[in-house]
Write a protein that binds this ligand. Structure first.
Ligand code: MG
Length: 207
């Protein structure tokens, strides 16, 4: 490809662009995460290409078809367009193994080749450690782990010593709840990420 390499913002899909309800395959269950359009608009203004790289093992598992995925992707890209955001490319891995399935970097490397991406100037954002690992393996400069702020720090929080619901990081013991008076705090997970961000607004600061 001609021209200078361009930087990219690599986005995971489920749990990063949309709420991860588990094997999301229809637009009725596709709820955009707050701030994701603003993040993408800022990234575009700063010259980033936006690339979606998503594990979609629900296809191999038989939960939905390739055609279902493509239809949902077309709808998603149209919603981004309506919000003023052009997505440069979408890569998905339909299988449970292989070089494309994150934490392997295959999708990122395909994007690099297709779009002439300067990986070290690029940023990745995902909600699982495997997203971070794939970015690192592909040479992405900054790899952000999105862990949505699970609850307000207030005394009404009742589920002590329990990982919060509605978060997508697997609770493999990396989370620890900590009590400070009547205020609970989630310790940041152990991660190889450049940073853990609790919101899309926070992610913007890393562009
Ligand atoms: Mg995800």
């Amino acid at each position: 490809m001609d021209g200078e390499p361009r930087k990219a913002l690599f986005l995971d899909r489920d749990g990063t662009i949309n709420v991860d309800y588990g094997y999301v395959c229809q637009k009725e269950r596709f709820d955009f995460i707050d701030g994701v359009f603003e993040l993408c608009r800022k990234a575009r203004r700063l010259g980033y290409l936006i690339v979606i790289a998503t594990n979609q093992s629900g296809i191999e598992r038989g939960y939905f078809t390739e055609a279902d995925f493509e239809a949902l992707t077309a709808w998603t890209l149209e919603r981004f367009r309506e919000e003023g955001v052009e997505i440069a490319a979408v890569f998905h891995c339909p299988t449970l193994s292989g070089d494309d399935r994150k934490p392997k970097p295959g999708m990122f490397l395909k994007a690099k080749a297709l779009l002439n991406i300067d990986m070290s100037a690029s940023v990745s954002l995902g909600d699982k450690e495997r997203d971070v690992e794939a970015g690192i393996a592909a040479g992405v400069g900054k790899n952000l782990l999105f862990v949505p702020a699970p609850f307000e720090k207030d005394a009404s929080f009742e589920n002590e010593n329990k990982a919060p619901e509605n978060k997508n990081v697997e609770n493999n013991g990396a989370f620890e709840n900590k009590q400070k008076g009547c205020e609970k705090e989630i310790k940041k997970p152990k991660t190889a990420a450049t940073a853990v961000v609790g919101s899309m607004k926070e992610a913007e600061e890393w562009l």
